[in-house]
Design a protein. Sequence first.
Length: 624
Amino acid sequence: MHPLVSWFFCTSALIMIPAILLQVHYRFEQFRGVIGDPPPPPVPIDLWCGKAYHPTDPSFDPGGELAPPEREDGLQLVVYPRYSFYLSSEKKGSLIVDTPIQRVSGEHFRSRTSANSTRGPSTYISIRISNAQTSETLVNWETLPVNSWGNEVEFDLGSTPVDRGISWLVSVIGRSPDAALQTSYSGAATVTVLPERNDGGSVARVDYLFGGIEVRSSLTKGEWKTIYPYSFYTSWDWISSTINSATATKNLATFRANGYNLIHPVPPGGTDPFNHTVFEEFLRICDELELYVMYDMRHTYKNNTSISAQLSRLQHHPSLLLYYTADEPDGWTDPLNATQIAYQHINSIDPYHPVSLVLNCANFYFKDYSSGADIILEDTYPIAVNTSFSTVYNTPCNTTYGDCGCDNCHAYDPAYPAYIRNPFLDIIERTENLQTYQEWLGASAKKPIWGVPQAFYDRGSFWQRWPSKEEEAVMAILRLNHGAKGIVAWLYPTSDEIEEVTSSLAKVVTAPEVTKYTLGTRRVTALDVVGDDELVDVTAWIREEGMLLSYVYVGYTEYTKEVEISLPEAVTAIESLWGEGGKDWTLGGDGKTMRKRGLTGLEVGILQLSRRDSTSGLYPIQHA
Ligand SMILES: *[C@@H]1O[C@H](CO)[C@@H](O)[C@H](O)[C@H]1NC(C)=O
Ligand SMILES: *[C@@H]1O[C@H](CO)[C@@H](O)[C@H](O)[C@H]1NC(C)=O
Ligand SMILES: *[C@@H]1O[C@H](CO)[C@@H](O)[C@H](O)[C@H]1NC(C)=O
Ligand SMILES: *[C@@H]1O[C@H](CO)[C@@H](O)[C@H](O)[C@H]1NC(C)=O
Ligand SMILES: *[C@@H]1O[C@H](CO)[C@@H](O)[C@H](O)[C@H]1NC(C)=O
Ligand SMILES: *[C@@H]1O[C@H](CO)[C@@H](O)[C@H](O)[C@H]1NC(C)=O
Ligand SMILES: *[C@@H]1O[C@H](CO)[C@@H](O)[C@H](O)[C@H]1NC(C)=O
């Protein structure tokens, strides 16, 4: 069965810039009925996420939906490198080994140790790691627990030849402890080692263990620095008009002083989008401010020549953090191979910076479009939008028809009561789904997900008003709670109240005291909350010296009763890092619960919980 994508390159439904949307309506371009692409619809029509959305067009199944594979039980060796690449100066690398027994895809667990053994199933597995090219042993039999995640196994990088173009295949074999039974497992990973740069440019890589991005340059004094980006897509008009203006009250320096650690200029269009003089000045200031650049090629990513020219101007700047290619390629139904082609071209010029893109659809050719990125963003905008009836096109919206600005979302839809109780559920689900889809595809190293909170208002678009500052905080921290490793809202300049709340959040979320948790440990979810009507969303991150806990109350109206959160570990003190309501929590006697009376509507809090022993200072938390 051939899935269906668009047969036309349509320019009519730009969700991010609805004002433009209305102007360029109904322009059909470039017939694409090529083998490998899906069969054409009955008539040439505009599509968004593969669906027709004009009242005169018919409803049909857009296809391209990813479904979960058959779930299989069985031990699997899942192996991936800790980092997307290493540098030749680094002596040690490491592999992450997961040993899940249940995984959505995987070979059957045929351990004969377990079948008739009185000892029960084996609980350990021994692994041996070697360089598949040279057969050299990198790790000679190390024991790992079965059904565990995130085991980090270090190895010597010394013997791995350095080459810009070659990744080294590393193979892993595993044996159950009862070697006589010869139960064995295997896995493999590629490790990339790149030469050091000598042109002043930064190097940035993905940490596949915790999902962070880390950068090294003169700005970081040659040390790797892990970054939780908290920022905005930013209007180039605003940047270029304030950059040399003596009268502007806001400029790049005030932007950085607000706490935003990254900037994502939105290119104005054209194959040579930026005025070179102004862009050079922009980069110089970003270098000076240590304001990291997320470089957007939305209008040019399908043009290799243009990509090459743009990259050449960026290479020696230490503030370059990552690239961004396609803006909602799934919405536009760009060619399925477009993001991957651009990725390969960028990587052939610059393998030192990750590539990102944003997906707008709920579930439309995820595998193809996401294959062209190291980091995937989602832009789910559920505030003040009608998710079941398009106010722009006057049609219903459902899984086969219509464009409501939030694909397959249900916020405030009476047919979905859960989304009336929690109108932010679409954000939670989208953030989690982009992680789950990777599981379904059998990915070993997972691509980090970043979130794009709604921070705009365009009259006449799908969205009827600005989000409030409370809603803005909820949209960001829910994403943090559900695994997002960066926040880049659409669009700066924004409203004064959104600027105020995001500035104060950015200062906390990007601080090393917080990122050592959010980018240095795994999330602990599903904490027990009593008295919340299931509207309190809580995540914790645990380190030896304490715990970071962030909570979001997604109800709009005040909750007046007592709320109690069960903690995964006992603590002795609570310190509020962000949020007015954070100061009112008290610890239960055993230090394993925290409680308070009442929550204000849309209350958000970020708390640092510590465990101290009065005699010896820090008292490490015991891990199970
Ligand atoms: C294991 O036990 C089952 C019955 O419980 C028996 O049919 C089977 O032959 C045994 N297998 C071995 C290898 O002993
Ligand atoms: C680029 O901007 C500079 C400074 O504003 C201006 O002098 C110059 O004419 C611009 N160049 C182009 C090609 O528009
Ligand atoms: C691709 O980019 C180059 C260089 O910027 C430009 O000259 C060319 O016209 C572009 N091609 C297309 C098809 O837009
Ligand atoms: C990408 O897909 C298009 C069809 O949409 C096809 O014409 C083109 O040859 C493909 N390019 C590559 C490099 O596979
Ligand atoms: C663009 O570059 C990629 C990777 O280098 C290559 O596969 C592709 O064919 C190029 N596309 C064109 C149109 O030259
Ligand atoms: C969405 O629009 C439909 C049709 O106008 C209307 O009946 C419905 O109440 C609207 N829903 C919301 C949540 O505004
Ligand atoms: C979606 O809405 C269209 C237009 O009302 C309708 O024809 C179609 O059957 C609906 N699809 C589903 C899955 O309900």
